[in-house]
Structures are given as structure tokens and as C-alpha cells.
Write a protein that binds this ligand. Structure first.
Ligand code: CUA
Length: 380
């Protein structure tokens, strides 16, 4: 068993070091995954021993009692207490051993998460909110970010997962495990990863038209950077746009919409920390300018540096204008006046001009954490 474990271990270890962002339960930087790995190795090793034992017994019996070696029928006897005891005792011992190992792993993986950093995970069709229940922002309300979760490294993180509508699945295998996100049920467990980096998360439960467009990023930061970032998030207040600027016009539209053309205010569904925008029907947009994903991971690398500004701006423009077109099932209204479906009913969106859309985009991109709290900095 040991050489097999060594080979498997080596394979998995090299695999995860090369592809940091791949979805893998073989990420040995997570204590959760290590526990599962060694539990599996024991189960596989015992299975191999049983397989060899049974195979040996089978071939031994076939060989020893071949018909051509025996003219007369073999001796007839009834029962063999010693043999039967062994045949019962050995499987019982193996089952007990596996049970003990399984219970030990379950206890290790499902502790009462009291000491750890706490993160509340809310799944919705089709996005995620990550809240830090122990960190109330200076502007009021718990610090929350949409679709991008930060966590410290080398420390257990206690997640509480729930859903605001249908059943979703929280699945970020590099930090360990998977949990169903169910409405009105709160599931807790601990995840962890020793290595700073960006990890992929997906919804793992078929949940509607945009199930495949329900992704998120987990950014694991060294303890010091995590503290800096969370402190900055706590202190954050959305900047006041300069009067007359595109951001200021965008902010006005964000807060009030445009009643004359039926354009609903963004603030009715979205929250921006430090402003009166406190909607909860859509993802929290407090740190939108720092985020690098858009549409729950439909687009990545939304930065000026990594994409050309025009390209990122184009995606954001298309998103703001026609969200239900680019993402089936999105409940965000259309702002090109077109129709879209909400729970089987056709609804007509409002209308905003391209300039007005760009103003809202400019406002959103101004919602940036300070440079030292940019959790994406230095990531691949
Ligand atoms: Cu949410 Cu699939």
C-alpha cells in the first residue's frame, strides 16, 4: 500500500502545483483534502489486500480440487467452526477498522466551527454573496462581496452555506469538500488551504438556465494581507463622485433609475457599502471596481491592465444593457427596452442610452478598494 500511496501522492502533488486554478480534490495544501486522501488510501489498501486474499483462495481451491485428480467424490463434512470463525472475524475487523477511520475523518472534517474565520455563503440564481459576519463595516451592515471570496491561508475557515431560492451546490474543491446550498437550511463546515492563490468555485447543483454561469473565485491570502484587506473592506465607504463627472451621473442613475423610460434603479436590488443603496435581490457591488470577474464568472480578468480597457468596458456595457440576453435566467432588467422572461412571464425592460450605461459603468468601476487591499494583486 505504501508505494501506491507514494505514487498517487506524488502525482497529485505535482499536478496541483503546476495548475493552481484547476478544480482538484487532490490539492494537498488543504488539510481537508489530505484527510480525504489518506482515508481513501486506507480503503484502497485494505481492498487490495482483500482482493489478493480472495483471489488466492479461489485459485488455490480450483487448483487443489480439480476433478481429474479425484476419482471419488471428495470427503463430505458439515461445518468447520475454526474456519467459519475466521471467515466472519476477518471481515468484521476490516469493517470496524474502516468505520473507525471514517468516523475519525468525519470528526476531523465537521468540527464545531468556533475558532475559525467565519464566512457566510449565500447562493442565488445565479450568483453568490460572501459575507464576513464578524466584520461590520464602519458605514453599517456586514462586509459582503459578490462572487469573489477572500480567505486567510494556514487557518480553518468556517463556512455557513445557504440559498435564497432553489438548491445550489458550493463546490471549491481546492479548499475542500462540497455542500448543498439549500433555502432555509444553514450548513456549516470548515475549509482551508495553506497556499496563497486563486481557486475556482462552481455551483455543483443543476439549478436553472444559468447553472453553468454560476461561478466564483476564492482568493486565499497570507494572514497579514487578509487582515489588511478585511480591515480596508470594513473601513470602506464608496467615494463621493465629483460633481458633473460621468461617475456622478452614473451614481444618480444607479440610485434613482430613470422613471420616464421605465429604467429601474440599480439600488433597488444592489447594495453599495457607504451609500443608501441597500438592495439584497442582486449581488453586493461594494467593491465592484476591485473585482476581476463579471456576471458570476462569465467574464474574467476585468482589469485595465489584463484586458484592454475597451474590451472590459465593452463586456460591462453589454452586461448592464442586456443582462438577461447575455446570461439566460438573469433577473437583472434589460435597459435596451427589450422584453425578457421572469419566472415564465414576459417583462419589458426600461431604456437607457449608451451614454447613460457608460456613466453607470464608470461609477461601478470607481468602487475600488485601496491599492494595498487589492486582493488580486500578485495573483497569476
Ligand atoms: Cu446554482 Cu447550479
Amino acid at each position: 500500500a505504501l508505494p501506491i500511496a507514494a505514487i498517487l501522492g506524488a502525482t497529485l502533488l505535482t499536478g496541483c502545483q503546476q495548475v493552481n486554478q484547476s478544480l482538484t480534490i487532490g490539492d494537498m495544501a488543504s488539510a481537508y483534502n489530505r484527510e480525504i486522501f489518506w482515508m481513501s488510501i486506507w480503503a484502497i489498501a485494505l481492498s487490495i489486500i482483500i482482493f489478493i486474499g480472495v483471489s488466492y483462495a479461489l485459485f488455490y481451491t480450483v487448483q487443489k480440487f480439480r476433478e481429474d485428480k479425484h476419482d471419488a467424490p471428495p470427503a463430505q463434512f458439515h461445518g468447520n467452526n475454526k474456519l467459519e470463525t475466521i471467515l466472519v472475524a476477518v471481515p468484521v475487523v476490516i469493517v470496524i477498522l474502516l468505520s473507525v477511520l471514517a468516523v475519525k475523518s468525519m470528526a476531523a472534517l465537521n468540527p464545531t466551527p468556533n475558532q475559525a474565520t467565519k464566512v457566510d455563503v449565500l447562493a442565488r440564481q445565479f450568483w453568490w454573496n460572501f459575507s464576513y459576519p464578524e466584520t461590520t463595516s464602519d458605514a453599517g451592515g456586514v462586509v459582503t462581496n459578490g462572487n469573489e471570496m477572500i480567505m486567510p491561508t494556514k487557518e480553518a475557515v468556517a463556512l455557513t452555506v445557504t440559498s435564497g431560492d432553489v438548491i445550489h451546490g458550493f463546490w471549491a474543491p481546492n479548499i475542500g469538500g462540497q455542500r448543498a446550498a439549500m433555502p432555509s437550511v444553514k450548513k456549516t463546515w470548515q475549509v482551508d488551504n495553506d497556499r496563497a492563490g486563486v481557486y475556482q468555485g462552481n455551483c455543483s447543483q443543476l439549478c436553472g438556465a444559468s447553472h453553468a454561469n454560476m461561478r466564483y473565485k476564492v482568493v486565499a491570502l497570507d494572514q497579514e494581507r487578509y487582515n489588511t484587506t478585511l480591515a480596508a473592506m470594513k473601513a470602506y465607504r464608496a467615494p463621493e463622485p465629483a460633481p458633473g463627472s460621468a461617475e456622478a451621473r452614473g451614481f444618480a442613475l444607479f440610485m434613482q433609475g430613470k422613471a420616464s423610460t421605465g429604467a429601474v434603479a440599480c439600488a433597488s436590488c444592489h447594495r453599495v457599502q457607504g451609500t443608501p443603496a441597500a438592495g439584497v435581490a442582486g449581488p453586493d457591488l461594494s467593491f465592484f471596481g476591485t473585482r476581476r470577474t463579471l456576471g458570476a464568472g462569465m467574464w474574467e480578468a476585468m482589469t485595465d491592465a489584463q484586458w484592454t480597457d475597451a474590451k472590459a468596458a465593452g463586456e460591462l456595457h453589454a452586461w448592464l444593457k442586456q443582462s438577461p440576453v447575455v446570461k439566460p435566467g438573469s433577473l437583472m432588467p434589460r435597459y435596451d427596452g427589450g422584453e425578457y422572461m421572469v419566472q415564465g412571464k414576459k417583462v419589458k425592460g426600461g431604456t437607457l442610452t449608451d451614454t447613460e450605461i457608460d456613466d453607470i459603468a464608470a461609477y461601478l468601476r470607481s468602487l475600488k478598494l485601496p491599492e494595498e487591499a487589492d486582493y488580486w494583486k500578485g495573483t497569476p
